[in-house]
Design a protein. Structure first.
Lengths: 112, 111
């Protein structure tokens, strides 16, 4: 498995502002992912965070809104830019080990 | 990604009862995974299945990878109150790739 931490665990933000979420893993991993979980919903993949290159975004998600950094094999950040109330969700990072994936505790974001 | 069809959407049972939930897809997958998510937490991996027809247990949990590679089920025997949570199925076709998720089964257990 993997030990994954996220910061912050929760935040309440004003519309129009940006929030950067950090994800730290206890060991080096090749594949890291960012998911969004809207209230009462399942998990939706935002992007794959690639080390040393740009993130790969899923349909419906763009780099200007969700810029991602992956400076090394144990750390990644996701920024939620120019927030609106529709961005209120839980944001989760995950890492892959073979076919299995392990998730961080999530960041609960509320946008007013 | 492909949405997996997970059912039932919710279950409300008494402590001690057995529970069964399943996931189906129109696509073939190489791995099926079952997760549990408690309120305010990230999903926790319960069971991973790698071979068609494989039956795997983890304590009171048993999961099977369907022979067609398009479905999986999860059984929980003798449920207890701490089984409460949302159970998600997930699947992928390639190692290291992102997961496709079901919509979740919300389980409530009354003492």
């Amino acid at each position: 498995s993997a030990v994954i931490s996220q910061k912050p665990s929760r935040d309440i933000c004003q519309r129009g502002t940006s929030l950067t979420i950090q994800c730290q893993v206890d060991s080096q991993v090749t594949m890291m992912f960012w998911y969004r979980q809207q209230p009462g919903q399942s998990l939706t993949l935002i992007a794959t965070a690639n080390q040393g290159s740009e993130a790969t975004y899923e349909s419906g998600f763009v780099i200007d809104k969700f810029p991602i950094s992956r400076p090394n094999l144990t750390f990644s950040t996701l920024t939620v830019s120019n927030m609106s109330p529709e961005d209120s969700s839980i944001y989760l990072c995950s890492v892959a080990r073979g076919y299995e994936q392990f998730f961080g505790p999530g960041t609960r974001l509320t946008v007013l | 990604g492909q949405q997996l069809n997970q059912s039932p959407q919710s279950m409300f049972i008494q402590e001690g009862e057995d529970v069964s939930m399943n996931c189906t897809s129109s696509s073939i997958f190489n791995t099926w995974l079952w997760y549990k998510q408690d309120p305010g937490e990230g999903p926790v991996l319960l069971i991973a299945l790698y071979k068609a027809g494989e039956l795997t247990s983890n304590g009171r949990l048993t999961a099977q990878f369907g022979i067609t590679r398009k479905d999986s089920f999860l059984n929980i025997s003798a449920s207890i109150p701490s089984d409460v949570g949302i159970y998600f199925c997930a699947a992928n076709s390639n190692s290291g790739y992102a997961l496709n998720f079901g919509k979740g089964t919300s389980l409530l257990v009354t003492p």
